[in-house]
Design a protein around this ligand. Structure first.
Ligand code: ADP
Ligand code: MG
Ligand code: MG
Length: 891
């Protein structure tokens, strides 16, 4: 018989897969001897069973009964006891943290009778009724699927009648009436009365938590966070501690350090006389931790002590949820807390300085994805601007966009190519899609621990929360300060998530300090004084020492090459030569295609040669002393020729107007017709083009080597590698190699220089990967072109896929992320592995690199390390990210 239930005291933090993060960490706190209310965890395995079978496993009921009995014995109170009822919380919690995405039902065990017992026992009928109305509300909404607004309206009305603004001010009588109305709503909406049997409440709540794993917002969240859909959630049944008992009770959340900046010192919010959900919901304005010290000094000291112990135990920033019941502190949750990118870097290096972790471990605490965020621009320091309001600096960054009050508006702006700032009083989990699609988030209520803040930090969105001066009127589509309308839907707003400032209009942005410090645009001493910049530099150095893979950049111009070098590129992995044929030189390509014979073609190539040479001189100079891999021409030809339809229309119109036909244009039209392809990406490109236009690759080779010779004669050290694209068969290589090597040898003879140049090939077609052992007989090196390799392996056109069915595929979980962004390790990656292995079976020393977009993708780089590539090459901007990830992969 499978055991689906485990008491808190039996588990540990290592069991996240089985117990979920919340359950595992509750268990860990029990092991540490911290005050945790007794309870047990139903494993994720039970949820997975539920998902596949549509019902809970048979043995679960008995196991839950037994665990419940143990809790009852421990506390000396029983579920459903009319004199002294035990109440429990039924809480979700999966392996990966999904804050607020799933359901929790509090106060399970109350009914018309036990609520009286609770009132007598506690001496507070008000508190008992408040707890009961919370149960009805949460149970109604999450277990019975009753529209939450129905309950909220009743509560609002009760407050209005009483003339109060907060539910704490409602009396026992008010709440008794509210409870009656809530029960009526449940009866009307479901056709059944609220279940009075506590066991039934417990059973149904457990099922509701299982079900909440597949709630739409949870699915959306998993898609963006790339969390698999089949993990399932655990269910924690935890005896209730009552933060709403009296004014010596409270509920709160706290962080051991500031999760937005990483600054040292505990940080948190709490509410007196409240249950936990009130704090995150932003219903009442919360108080900050220092106030707890004044109100409940002993509790405060104990909490600080516990938080310190947790931080030492987990050796990282932790967040906690706590509740105080009549002056007694209880811990309800802890975990290694989410944090902004900025905080991640600062915390990692601070922990090193504090002697808690070493530098290598610090490197594991930051990711390339986080570093990417730090490379984004921020508001220009000297730009004129006027803050119209200020809130909490909830999630850093600079965001400019049009005001949208709803997710639908955000999505509409996004479709129009506009960026949006989602403005709301407070956000709730249903706003998730809008939060993802917006550039930034502004709320008028709630603090740094509010839903908006937590989610924004997780998503890397800029957020300013608790802008209390703003009266956000979503219905009227306006923001007011007092009586004055300061902004309307569609107006442009700029928000600074690092300072909490809000500006009207668009404030100009400037590059990040991290980038500027790396490129030397700001003074090193100034840079070092910035704690964040210093942390990034330090961890990049650790990564540089640790990594085996080299990092190169893809660059087509001397400027890009210089920038890449400044950011730490150790070479260029891909110079695309087709850009050099665009613009003014385009007609030369046209001439090349139209050339009637070898002589004409030779003339065109001769005129291209000096231009190409100058291009290469610039790039090789910028990368002096470091390898530069030049890819010979690989364009789909249609990119250079006029569009067939346009040209036909133009000629037809001229004919209709009686204009004499232009002989040249006639010729072009004929050529365009001849070369027209239904699917140019699979057509006349790369080596195929070279084999149809003899002399083309020879000319490029000459240009490259003459450029190298020129620099050599200046005393420089150019290092070129020549790369043949779109090869699928060794025969293609055998056909083209003589043209390239003959020119190379000729230039060496003419200049009297030994311009040692390796000539390699790209592996970007499945056949090339499969036949890599043969290709390695001819090629000096391989560079994996994973963009084309992905396109041809999946059969997805990379120009169309992201616009079309990709979203359907993602929503249905067929793809977790775009394979063009993050390498598909199982399919495309398998071909990379095969290509590497087979290539090296022929030439053990074969140099291997990757030059597709994936070379700079934080989630793909470790894979390239593990299959043994020598380097990754990516866009200059991503070079620091690749350095960091290559270092992490090698740990
Ligand atoms: P989430 O995963 O959304 O944080 P939780 O399961 O932590 O959901 O529950 C939400 C809130 O309910 C918590 O912040 C906590 O304050 C409150 N809560 C949970 N369990 C208990 C309990 N045993 N006693 C009192 N309050 C609880
Ligand atoms: Mg929680
Ligand atoms: Mg390619």
């Amino acid at each position: 018989m499978t055991t689906y239930v485990q008491m808190f005291q039996q588990g540990s933090k290592e069991q996240k897969g089985l117990l979920g993060g919340k359950g595992a960490n509750l268990a860990e706190m029990v092991r540490l001897g911290l005050p945790v209310p007794p309870g047990f965890t139903i494993t994720t395995e039970a949820c997975r069973w539920y998902m596949t079978h549509g019902s809970a496993p048979q043995e679960l009921t008995a196991q839950v009964d037994e665990a419940m009995a143990r809790v009852e014995r421990e506390l000396g109170r029983r579920l459903g006891d009319v004199e002294d009822p035990l109440l429990v919380a039924v809480r979700s919690g999966s392996k990966m943290s999904m804050p607020g995405m799933m359901e929790t039902v509090l106060n399970v065990g109350l009914n018309d009778e036990t609520v009286q017992g609770l009132a007598r026992k506690s001496g507070s009928p008000r508190f008992a009724m408040d707890s009961y109305r919370r149960l009805l509300q949460m149970y109604g909404r999450t277990v019975l699927d009753v529209d939450a607004a129905l309950f909220e309206d009743v509560l609002e009305e009760a407050k209005k009648e009483r003339g109060v603004s907060s539910d704490v001010e409602l009396t026992a009588e008010d709440l008794t009436a509210v409870v009656g109305r809530f029960q009526q709503i449940i009866l009307e909406q479901t056709g059944y009365p609220f279940p009075q049997d506590p066991r039934e409440q417990l059973r149904a709540s457990i099922i509701a938590v299982f079900e909440s794993w597949n709630a739409p917002r949870a699915v959306v969240y998993r898609n963006t966070e790339r969390i698999p859909h089949d993990l399932g959630t655990a269910v924690n049944v935890c005896s209730m501690v009552l933060g709403n008992l009296d004014d010596d009770s409270a509920s709160g959340v706290a962080f051991t350090r500031d999760p937005a900046t990483g600054a040292i010192g505990a940080y948190g919010d709490f509410l007196v006389n409240a249950q936990g959900e009130d704090v995150v919901a932003g219903i009442r304005n919360t108080r900050s931790l220092p106030e707890l010290e004044q109100l409940m000094p002993a509790v405060y000291t104990e909490l600080m002590d516990i938080m310190h112990r947790l931080e030492m135990h987990y050796r990282d920033l932790c967040d906690v949820e706590f509740t105080v019941e009549s002056g007694k502190l209880w811990m309800l949750q802890t975990r290694v807390g989410k944090r902004t990118a900025e905080a991640a870097f600062r915390i990692a290096t601070t922990l090193v300085d504090e002697g808690v972790i070493d530098e290598r471990e610090a490197l594991t605490r930051v990711t390339g994805a986080q570093l990417t965020r730090l490379l984004f621009p921020r508001f220009a320091a000297d730009a004129p601007r006027e803050a119209i309001a200020r809130g909490m600096d909830a999630s850093p960054g600079a965001a400019v966009g049009r005001i949208a009050f709803t997710t639908a508006e955000v999505l509409r702006l996004q479709r129009d190519g506009e960026s949006a700032i989602l403005v709301r009083r407070e956000t709730n989990p249903d706003d998730l899609e809008g939060m993802i699609a917006s550039a930034g988030i502004l709320t008028s209520r709630g603090g740094r621990t509010s839903h908006a803040a937590v989610v924004a930090r997780g998503l890397g969105r800029t957020a300013v929360c608790g802008v209390e001066a703003f009266d956000v009127d979503e219905n009227a589509g306006e923001i007011r300060v007092g009586d004055e309308v300061v902004a309307r839907a569609g107006d442009i707003l700029s928000i600074d998530g690092s300072t909490g400032e809000v500006f009207a209009g668009a404030v100009p942005v400037e590059p990040s300090a991290v980038v500027q410090s790396l490129t030397g645009e700001i003074d090193p001493d100034v840079a070092e004084a910035d704690e964040l910049v210093a942390s990034v530099h330090r961890l990049l150095e650790v990564a540089d020492r640790a990594r085996r893979m080299r990092v190169r950049a893809n660059a087509d111009t001397p400027e890009d090459a210089a920038r890449a070098r400044a950011l730490g590129a150790e070479g260029i992995g891909l110079v695309r030569t087709e850009h050099m044929f665009l613009g003014d030189r385009r007609h030369l390509v046209e001439d090349l295609v139209l050339a009637a014979d070898e002589f004409e073609r030779g003339q065109v190539l001769d005129s291209l040669l000096p231009m190409q040479r100058e291009d290469f001189v610039g790039i090789l100079r910028a990368m002096d002393g470091r390898s530069v891999t030049v890819r010979l021409l690989d364009p789909p030809l249609h990119e250079f020729l006029p569009d067939l339809t346009e040209l036909s229309v133009k000629l037809a119109r001229q004919e209709a107007q009686g204009v004499e036909r232009d002989a040249h244009e006639e010729k072009v039209l004929a050529a365009v017709r001849r070369l027209h392809e239904q699917n140019p990406m699979l057509g006349l490109r790369g080596v195929r083009l070279a084999l149809t236009i003899p002399g083309l690759y020879g000319m490029q080779t000459r240009a490259i080597l003459e450029a190298a010779a020129k620099l050599r004669s200046e005393g420089l050290d150019p290092r070129v590698e020549i790369m043949i694209p779109l090869v699928s068969s060794v025969r293609e290589l055998r056909e083209i190699m003589p043209e390239v090597t003959a020119v190379r040898d000729a230039v060496c003879r003419e200049t009297g220089m030994d311009l040692a140049t390796s000539i390699g090939t790209m592996i970007e077609l499945p056949r090339a990967a499969l036949r890599a052992d043969e290709l390695a007989q001819e090629a000096d090196f391989f560079s994996f072109g994973t963009n084309d390799l992905t396109q041809t392996t999946w059969g997805f056109s990379r120009d169309d896929v992201e616009a079309g069915f990709f979203f359907t595929y993602r929503d249905r979980g067929i793809l977790l992320s775009s394979p063009f962004e993050t390498l598909d390790q199982f399919g495309v990656g398998e071909l990379v592995r095969i290509g590497a292995e087979r290539g090296r079976s022929t030439k053990p020393e074969l140099k291997l690199g990757i030059c597709g977009e994936h070379g700079g993708d934080p989630a793909s780089i470790a894979f390239f390390h593990h299959v043994g590539l020598d380097y990754v090459s990516c866009s200059p901007f991503r070079v620091p990210v690749a350095r960091l990830e290559a270092g992490r992969a090698a740990l």
